[in-house]
Design a protein around this ligand. Structure first.
Ligand code: KG4
Ligand code: ZN
Length: 343
């Protein structure tokens, strides 16, 4: 029998993204971003994002169906990000997906954006190796998770106590005048700098922290240290600051991820979310995991940042696992907890 075709819709932030998969094969991945409309504000403006989703939705679905060389009636199921994210933005996706599923008479899966980030890996690498430890690092979330079954059982081991990792990149980029979004800008600037030029602090890594909150993160001390350094150092070397700041984040993320692998005895690590596109994080993760005998999987950089393929991928895994679809109409949940994989 042919593998089911699943269309995924993602609108949790500023990307209107449609992905289509057949089983684990990616057929289309269309992304219309309103990032340029937000850039001059230095961050995403929810009202602008919602309006842009409305404008981009139908043309994006049309394009995805054409790219996949299918027709709408070939779709077996629709999946949509139900949360977490900006509520107005999510609602555009949920209403569109609900209308599409109803019109086609096909099941609708409302899925978790964070679980979708992790599941996109299954389009690139072979069979899922559940259980796995997952480091999820995006603009809105940073957490360390134990994934026993990506379609139904995710346990949070720790999370950030203040900023998300991507948010720290975005804020430091802004104070350094490198633009928005900050992650790619810092990644680029850091290429010509020295990661050991400045010894920035590693958040929550004292022996007391390791004893009491081993899998939590904090980036506010680092942010303050960088801001102080910039203020007190006229003519600072941008590349060195970017590289040293990035190194602190990468170091802490991986120290804690590998500690979680060791403590749980799970020798598999998935790194997902926008920050997983970071070139230094990818390189150091490879080195350290090889050394520790941990199997590392990171989706290709283009699939790390928000996209529709990840939503379609999770939908496809739900279908393959025989999970029941959700109701045909539901509310978006802007603060959907990571443990809740689907509605
Ligand atoms: O997952 P994502 O696309 O959206 C959310 O769900 O938040 O993540 C966006 C975040 C932004 O903060 C962006 O600066 C960061 O991912 N990011 C990066 C890189 N590319 C995107 N951070 C570090 N290095 C990168 N190359
Ligand atoms: Zn995301």
């Amino acid at each position: 029998m042919n593998q089911p075709i699943v269309l995924g819709i993602e609108t949790s932030c500023d990307e209107t993204a449609i992905g289509i998969v057949r089983g684990r094969t990616l057929l289309a991945n269309v992304i219309a971003s309103s990032v340029e409309e937000h850039a001059r504000f230095g961050g995403v403006v929810p009202e602008i994002a919602s309006r842009a989703h409305l404008e981009a939705m139908l043309p994006s679905i049309d394009k995805a169906v054409r790219d996949a060389q299918i027709s709408l009636k070939d779709i077996d199921a629709v999946a949509v990000t139900a949360g977490p994210g900006l509520v107005g933005a999510l609602l555009v996706g949920v209403a569109s997906a609900s209308g599409l599923a109803l019109g086609l008479g096909k099941p609708l899966y409302g899925v978790n954006h964070l679980a979708a980030h992790i599941s996109v890996d299954y389009l690139t690498h072979d069979q899922p190796t559940d259980p796995t430890i997952a480091l999820l690092v995006s603009g809105g979330h940073s957490s360390l998770l134990q994934v026993d079954d990506i379609t139904s059982k995710i346990t949070k081991l720790g999370a950030t106590m203040d900023d998300a990792a991507g948010e720290a990149f975005d804020k430091i980029s802004r104070v350094m005048g490198l633009g928005f979004p900050g992650g790619p800008a810092i990644d680029r600037t850091a290429q010509s700098g020295s990661a050991s030029a400045i010894d920035f602090p590693r958040g929550l890594t004292t022996s007391n922290d390791w004893a009491t909150r081993p899998y939590d993160f904090s980036f506010s001390g680092l942010k303050t240290a960088v801001a102080r350094y910039l203020e007190s150092t006229p003519n600072y070397a941008k590349a060195d600051v970017a590289a040293s700041f990035q190194e602190s984040i990468v170091d802490v993320l991986l120290l804690k991820s590998l500690a979680a692998c060791k403590a749980t005895g799970i020798d598999s690590l998935v790194i997902a979310g926008g920050v997983a596109a970071n070139s230094r994080l990818r390189a150091v993760a490879e080195e350290r995991c090889a050394k520790a005998g941990i199997r590392l999987r990171i989706p290709s950089p283009a699939l790390c940042t928000d996209n529709g393929a990840m939503v379609a991928a999770l939908g496809s895994l739900m279908v393959a696992a025989g999970r029941a679809p959700g109701p045909q109409a539901f509310d978006a949940d802007s603060s959907l907890p990571v443990e809740r994989v689907s509605l």
